[in-house]
Each structure stands twice: as structure tokens, then as C-alpha cells.
Write a protein that binds this ligand. Structure first.
Ligand SMILES: NC(=O)c1ccc[n+]([C@@H]2O[C@H](COP(=O)([O-])OP(=O)(O)OC[C@H]3O[C@@H](n4cnc5c(N)ncnc54)[C@H](OP(=O)(O)O)[C@@H]3O)[C@@H](O)[C@H]2O)c1
Length: 269
């Protein structure tokens, strides 16, 4: 990534996950990063763990930053953060907000409508480089300004902001569905008589391998199911039972509930 000064306002869990991925992936050097954080214990932790400049005051970091990452919670004081950005940021600085539920319009109201502002719903698979973050830009921002940064902690989908809540409930919450599926599958193996260790290892390998089969073959899941399910055999009996459960509809309702909750939380901001 071209050398850029990146300043985080808020050094909590998500900021830390992003910083860790950026450093691990050699996207930035620690000297390009700084953090302002109102919690002294977190400040010290970020400094000692990552060697990143981290302090209580925000002004110094802002006055050098090309990218300003707003990583506070929705209930924190965004208006005060906006004022600090107006007072201390350099010309051309790009604002990236990861604050859940806060729209580009609300960000422009708090910070100023002349700024390039980018709203990001970060993925939580930052350590793997695999998850997709959802990203919307305001009219002053361009993908070039943030793409290198965003791909430092995963993959990126640029979306119309109207899709951000759907993306959050489906995509960013996505690992939760998969974790729960894997746990349930491993439990099924234990229920059937395998040791926990064996069931766990086989469940993980089957999920990894199945994703590779889908990706490598380019086939639809139904085509692979047809290959695996011989007449009157084991696979079709298992599917018959699953079809009588609420498996697909239950999963789909769960995603819709996550999207609905995302919208509710946004309305409460
Ligand atoms: N964690 C996730 O998986 C995830 C995923 C997607 C999006 N997000 C979003 O990312 C944002 C951060 O989430 P998080 O999980 O990292 O929360 P967090 O761990 O609570 O981090 C927020 C940090 O910001 C500090 N802070 C609050 N106001 C500040 C200010 N004015 N200046 C400097 N520091 C300030 C807080 O300090 P105090 O605790 O002392 O108040 C806290 O340490 C949220 O908006 C969240 O919705 C999180």
C-alpha cells in the first residue's frame, strides 16, 4: 500500500482486529498507524501488543492522517468526534466509519458534508483475509482512496447504501450461521457414536472440502448432491429427513431476523 498515515479514533475490538490484519498482511508498517482511545488500559494494550502509537488525545494523530477510521460504538459521542475531525484533520483526509447503523448522511451531519466519507461494515474474519466487508461511499469519496486499506483485512463489496443492512445480516453475520452449522454437525457425529475429536475434525474437513468442490468445479450444489445420492442410498435418506425439518426455511428466517435487527439498531442511533 502506498505510504499513508492511518489514524483510528477508538481502539476497541474491531479496530484491533483490523490493525492486527493490516500488520500481519504487511499492508502497512506500524509507524503509519496511530490510535486515539479514551480508555488508558486499551491505549497501553495497543501500544504494547502492536507497537502502534496509541494515546488518549486525538489531535496529534488527526493532524497527520490521510485516512481517519472512526471506530467508536453507535452510542458514543460522534458529534464530538466530528468536531475534532473538522478542527484538526488535514485537507484531503478521507473518513472511514465502521460505526454500525450510522448512515453516510448522519456521518456528514456530524463531521461535515464536504468530506469524502466511506461507510464500512467490516467482516469479522479479518485474520483469514476471507471475509467480505460491505462498503458505501459518499459523493466525494472514491474506491481508489480506500481500496488498499480495506483489502488489508479481507475482501470488499462496494454496495449501494440501501443494501448495507441486508449485507450486515446476511454477510457480516454469516460466519455465525456457519459456526453454528459446524457445531451442530459435529454434535450429530457424537450423537451417532464418534468421539468428539473425530467428529469435529471430520466436520471441519467436510465443510472446507465441500467449499473447494463448489469453487473448483463451478457446479451447483444440487449437481454435486445428485452425484453423491445414489438410488435408495445413504445420502438421499439423509436428505429426505432433512427435508422434513425446518432446516432451509429456519436458516432463511434466521437471516431475515438478523437483517430486521440490523435495521432496528440503525433506527435507534
Ligand atoms: N466487534 C465487531 O465484531 C464489529 C463488527 C462490525 C462492526 N463493528 C462496529 O465497530 C465499532 C467498534 O466496535 P467494537 O466492537 O470495536 O467496540 P469497542 O470494543 O467497545 O471499541 C470502541 C472503543 O472506542 C472507545 N471510544 C469511545 N469513544 C471514543 C472517543 N471519542 N475517542 C476515542 N475512543 C473512544 C471506547 O472506549 P470506552 O470503552 O472506554 O468507552 C472503546 O474502547 C462499533 O460501531 C461496532 O458497531 C464491530
Amino acid at each position: 500500500m502506498n505510504e499513508k498515515r492511518i489514524h483510528f479514533i477508538g481502539g476497541g475490538q474491531m479496530a484491533e482486529a483490523i490493525i492486527r490484519a493490516l500488520i500481519t498482511n504487511n499492508k502497512v508498517s506500524t509507524k503509519e498507524l496511530s490510535v486515539s482511545e479514551i480508555n488508558e488500559v486499551r491505549c497501553q494494550y495497543i501500544r504494547e501488543t502492536y507497537g502502534v502509537k496509541s494515546q488518549l488525545e486525538t489531535e496529534t494523530g488527526l493532524s497527520k492522517a490521510d485516512l481517519i477510521i472512526v471506530a467508536i460504538r453507535p452510542q458514543d459521542d460522534l458529534n464530538s468526534v466530528g468536531k475534532l475531525i473538522r478542527d484538526f484533520s488535514i485537507s484531503g483526509a478521507v473518513i472511514v466509519s465502521i460505526v454500525a447503523g450510522v448512515t453516510l448522511q448522519q456521518l456528514a451531519l456530524a463531521i461535515g458534508d464536504q468530506y469524502p466519507i466511506v461507510r464500512v461494515i467490516p467482516n469479522t474474519l479479518t485474520d483469514t483475509g476471507k471475509g467480505y466487508s460491505g462498503v458505501s461511499l459518499n459523493e466525494h469519496a472514491t474506491k481508489d482512496q480506500v481500496h488498499d486499506f480495506l483489502t488489508g483485512f479481507g475482501k470488499v463489496f462496494y454496495l449501494d447504501e440501501t443494501l448495507i443492512d441486508v449485507f450486515t445480516g446476511f454477510g457480516v453475520a454469516g460466519p455465525n450461521y456457519v459456526y453454528y452449522f459446524i457445531e451442530s454437525l459435529a454434535d450429530a457425529g457424537v450423537l451417532a457414536g464418534l468421539s468428539r475429536e473425530l467428529a469435529w475434525e471430520v466436520a471441519l474437513e467436510n465443510v472446507t472440502g465441500s467449499v473447494m468442490m463448489l469453487r473448483n468445479s463451478g457446479r451447483h450444489p444440487r449437481q454435486l448432491l445428485d452425484i453423491n445420492n445414489s438410488a435408495g442410498g445413504v445420502g438421499i435418506h439423509a436428505l429426505h429427513e432433512l427435508n422434513q425439518s425446518d432446516f432451509a426455511a429456519g436458516l432463511q428466517r434466521s437471516v431475515l431476523a438478523a437483517v430486521k435487527r440490523t435495521k432496528e439498531l440503525g433506527e435507534g442511533v
